[in-house]
Design a protein. Sequence first.
Length: 240
Amino acid sequence: MNKFHGSIDELKTAIDSCGLVGAWTDNAKANNHSFRGRTGEILNWWPSKGTIQFQGQNQDAFRISLQAALNGNGSMTPSAVAVAASAKIFLVHGHDRDARDQLELVLMRLGLQPFILQNSDGESKTVIEALEKNIYREAAFGIILLTPDDFGYSKVAGETEKQARARQNVILEMGMVMAALGRDKMVILKKGALEMPSDAAGILYIEFNDHVREIVPKLAQRLQGSGFNIDPRSIAGASA
């Protein structure tokens, strides 16, 4: 359960800022207020205890959008240290260009600045040199997109035990991002079933199956927790 200890007017204003249209009802017997959105979102709030309950459609997107709208104003979550608007998000990816393009579009719809090395660095450098330069100079957060581009298996187990895995250069670059930014400034996005490197233990990862938009609310929550200011309305838009 989430908590909100502000006023009903503040809550109504926050929901309006999420771009949701609906109707409010007051239940005197239950001592709560309820909101029902036209697109199926439901919120119940008990002001005496501050408890908020989400029901109906689009619960995750609604919760994240409302948390962002209430941030700093009776917020349901503590405020993170703000990240500069010019800060960029460094993307590490493999050969799945569709997934990479989906992620880039989602970030742009969230009002953020994705930084893809091959799109940004025209100087003559090795990949390692370019990574070292741009991670430290440009990035405030790192997203590692792991996609099943290769297969691997141990020599002992043999080919019958092969598993899908990310390309090895992606794993190397993931380690560089972790060393540069720290685990709290990065997230792994994992597409489908694939082998996870043991060194990735302790790093937050979010799984999706077909399209990055499946995980927009969770990704937005992670970014907000790292200080990025995201318009609540853009979360619903990026999820569509």
